[in-house]
Design a protein around this ligand. Structure first.
Ligand SMILES: [Zn+2]
Length: 254
């Protein structure tokens, strides 16, 4: 059972790596609820995340607002962990003008779609128009706040952790995360637009195609970081084939 869970967590991590460009060392943003829970269970962040992420490495962050909240709630031990426990500060832009910690955390992802809106059309539109990846900071989030987790599931590409007693739970990728990746990978730049354009204006197909495939500064930037839609698709297909072959070979030799 435990082995299965570990295997599935590894698979989910691979999904985030392939579809959203996550790489070790993973950046994990913890909020006050998570820090407090760790303190209550007398656990350490090192132990907890090492179990889930293995030796790949991770860096733990929290925001200024989360620390302000712990201070306001007089959670002394949690504050101590936040200050001396090797947790880095992520500049949320609210230093000196603290926000509600819940809103602060969501604001780190706010430049994409409305997080209250689980409508996948918005996600599709974001993918189709070539916007940058939604979770541009490449942050994983660890929180005990279930309402916050529900909102984070509506943002594509946010790995979510929480504690169940002494055990760290790595949530399965949300429907929005998997759908967004599917839709984005399916849209090879220019391809889908041209198909639709061809039906309406066949004569204008050629110039449109050139324009769509041409140097889009966003696309160029994404390619550098390995997130370009086209290259991701090719990469994925290649890997898939290699994987199948490898598996087959493995079975034969057994
Ligand atoms: Zn903040």
């Amino acid at each position: 059972m435990r082995k299965d869970r570990k295997k599935s967590a590894r698979k989910d991590l691979t999904f985030y790596e392939r579809s959203y460009g996550f790489r070790p060392r993973y950046r994990i943003l913890v909020d006050g609820t998570f820090i407090s829970h760790i303190v209550e269970r007398e656990a350490t962040l090192e132990d907890v995340f090492h179990q889930a992420l293995g030796s790949n490495g991770f860096v733990v962050y929290t925001s200024y607002c989360a620390v302000d909240e712990l201070r306001a709630l007089e959670k002394k031990e949690a504050l101590l962990l936040a200050d001396k426990g090797g947790i880095r500060r992520l500049d949320c832009g609210h230093k000196g003008k603290p926000e509600n910690a819940h809103d602060c955390l969501l604001s780190l992802f706010e430049h994409i779609t409305n997080v209250e809106d689980p409508d996948l059309d918005a996600v599709r539109a974001a993918g189709a128009s070539g916007q940058d990846l939604p979770n541009t900071r490449g942050l994983c989030v660890a929180t005990q706040d279930f309402q916050l987790r529900a909102k984070l599931r509506n943002i594509p590409g946010v790995p979510i952790f929480y504690m169940n007693g002494d055990r760290l739970i790595f949530e399965r990728p949300s429907v929005v995360s998997t759908e967004y990746a599917k839709v984005r990978d399916a849209i090879v730049p220019g391809e889908r637009d041209d198909d639709e354009e061809e039906k309406k204006h066949p004569v204008r197909l050629q110039p449109h195609k050139k324009k769509a495939v041409g140097a889009n500064p966003l696309a160029v930037r994404k390619r550098k970081t390995g997130h370009a839609d086209g290259s991701a698709l090719i990469e994925k297909r290649k890997r898939k084939r290699v994987g199948k072959r490898g598996k087959k070979a493995g079975n034969d030799s057994d």
